[in-house]
Design a protein around this ligand. Structure first.
Ligand code: HEC
Length: 178
């Protein structure tokens, strides 16, 4: 008798807790700010692969899954997207390399994390089979992102891409923020 009451109380407490955490605002916004600047893609294929495998966490074009509406999963998804966008944001390309609260990475990191299987994260792919890339696709994406990064950053005298001579390069982005 006592045992059954105890179990009932525990179940009620857990259920109430589950309902209560749904009230936490964090993780519910599911915002997609307007796209600022995309990289200067080396090819449509690179963008397509990145969109398939990376965009949900590394862009402003996140497709929020339905289960991301339910806490505590919503918190995990939100954190992935927030952190992902800080490290790499295909929708705000220049910022992610220069902005104050953005991490700065060597371009080689882009290729490395794909080739060594770090990205996309394994637990993500279990929910998103479309993000699973074949070895050939991984190689193509890694190579494509490197080429994209090379031609997207300001010209550094690389003999890689023959310059088409576009004089309209923004070089004065000095918005000193805190
Ligand atoms: C499920 C969300 C998710 C997906 C999908 C995803 N990433 Fe990430 N990525 C993150 C998070 C979170 C971080 C920051 C924390 C970390 O390094 O694990 C990150 C970090 C990174 C970093 C910085 C790594 C470092 O060592 O600092 C790079 C580069 C990166 N991701 C590239 C990619 C690429 C390329 C893809 C697509 C092939 C991709 N990511 C897919 C969530 C994601």
């Amino acid at each position: 008798m006592k045992m059954r009451r105890l179990i009932l109380i525990i179940v009620v407490v857990i259920a109430a807790g589950f309902l209560l955490i749904q009230l936490v605002p964090y993780g519910r916004a599911h915002d997609n700010p307007p796209v600022v600047t995309e990289p200067n893609w080396d090819s449509p294929q690179t963008r397509e692969l990145a969109q398939r495998a990376c965009y949900n966490c590394h862009s402003y074009e996140t497709q929020w899954p339905r289960y991301a509406n339910v806490a505590p999963v919503s918190w995990l998804v939100q954190r992935d997207v927030d952190e992902g966008r800080i490290h790499l944001n295909f929708s705000d390309w220049n910022q992610s390399h220069e902005g104050p609260e953005h991490e700065v990475h060597e371009p080689e990191t882009l290729g490395e994390v794909i080739l060594n299987g770090e990205m996309p994260p394994a637990n993500y792919m279990s929910q998103h089979p479309e993000a699973r890339l074949t070895d050939a696709e991984r190689a193509a994406l890694a190579e494509g992102l490197l080429a994209t990064a090379a031609q997207s950053s300001t010209a550094e005298g690389d003999d890689h891409a023959p310059d088409e001579g576009d004089p309209e390069h923004e070089e004065d982005e000095h918005e000193a923020g805190e």
